[in-house]
Design a protein around this ligand. Structure first.
Ligand SMILES: C[S@@+](CC[C@H](N)C(=O)[O-])C[C@H]1O[C@@H](n2cnc3c(N)ncnc32)[C@H](O)[C@@H]1O
Length: 282
């Protein structure tokens, strides 16, 4: 038996030795999850005693984190937009950058009572389409992914946090999925240039699904496939919103323009990098 304070000190030293800078903060996240206590409760941590099982669990969490496994996978959750989403190793961990896509949809379509049909191409955990449909209660939508495991996660999230009953998830490929019926297409496809893997953090390259992150042709192949497919299934006035990576705003804009889309908005992330692009079919 050990106090939470002692356990935190041991855990944070172990993480620190492995070069984890926010070692105390991260140890607190892990212990709070095990004890199911708030920050406030933890301030009086000298009085909180961990049972043997709780301490073993804490130790196993610390060991996983020492191995650079992201906290989101250890705790099986990550906050995105207004909800907490279940995640596991078959899905990308939702990123704050992707919330810009939600913000952009809201700024382009301010009428939340509008009835629309959305599709999310490469839905992963489902965080994007679930968050959007939670804002537009009269709309409907579908999230597709080529990963069976990701679809399971998205369905679980839909059951847990979706307020919209008209949402479905399907195993499908965005290169050939029929998109004509949709008013709005959103997508955060894999877009990191495969040659840049060495620049990425070990946490990401070792633990997150490679197929969800990396793409051929300098990271642009998925945009190319999606845009060509949208053009085949053309629907005038259809809006498409992509999350994009560093240096991709020009090539993706050009692909859109060359396929009869006009660019209607571009939004930067907090570092000033264009992160989301919106276009409309003309
Ligand atoms: C960058 S992740 C995005 C996940 C989620 N939408 C998010 O923003 O957190 C890209 C997703 O696209 C999926 N994907 C990759 N290639 C695909 C394809 N050809 N068709 C459909 N989904 C694909 C991956 O399985 C992965 O879940």
């Amino acid at each position: 038996m050990m106090s939470a304070r002692e356990a935190l000190s041991i855990g944070s030293k172990k993480l620190n030795k492995k070069g984890i800078i926010d070692s105390l903060f991260e140890s607190k996240l892990l212990i709070k999850d095990i004890l199911q206590v708030s920050d406030e409760d933890l301030i009086s941590s000298s009085e909180i005693i961990l049972s043997e099982t709780q301490y073993e669990r804490f130790n196993s969490f610390i060991d996983r984190r020492k191995n650079k496994e992201p906290i989101a996978y250890i705790l099986n959750r990550r906050e995105f937009w207004k909800d907490s989403f279940y995640v596991n190793k078959s899905t990308l961990i939702p990123r704050p950058d992707t919330e810009i896509v939600v913000e952009m949809v809201l700024s382009l379509i301010p009428d939340k009572d509008k009835k629309m049909n959305f599709v999310d191409l490469g839905t992963g955990s489902g965080c994007l389409i679930i968050s959007i449909l939670n804002e537009y209660k009269y709309s409907e939508g579908i999230g597709i992914d080529v990963s069976k495991e990701a679809i399971k996660v998205a369905k679980k999230n839909s059951n847990n946090v979706s307020k919209n009953q008209k949402l479905d998830f399907k195993l499908a490929d965005f290169s050939s999925f029929e998109t004509k019926e949709f008013d709005v297409v959103v997508s955060n496809p894999p877009y990191v240039n495969k040659n840049e893997i060495y620049k990425m953090q070990f946490d990401v390259t070792k633990h997150e699904p490679y197929e969800a992150i990396f793409a051929d042709e300098e990271g642009l192949i998925c945009y190319k496939k999606i845009i060509q497919n949208l053009n085949k299934n053309r629907k005038y006035g259809q809006k498409v919103l992509f999350e994009i990576g560093l240096g991709q705003v020009d090539p993706v804009s050009n692909m859109l323009k060359n396929n009869d889309f006009k660019i209607i908005d571009i939004k930067d992330d907090f570092s000033g990098i264009p992160r989301c692009i919106a276009a409309e079919k003309i």
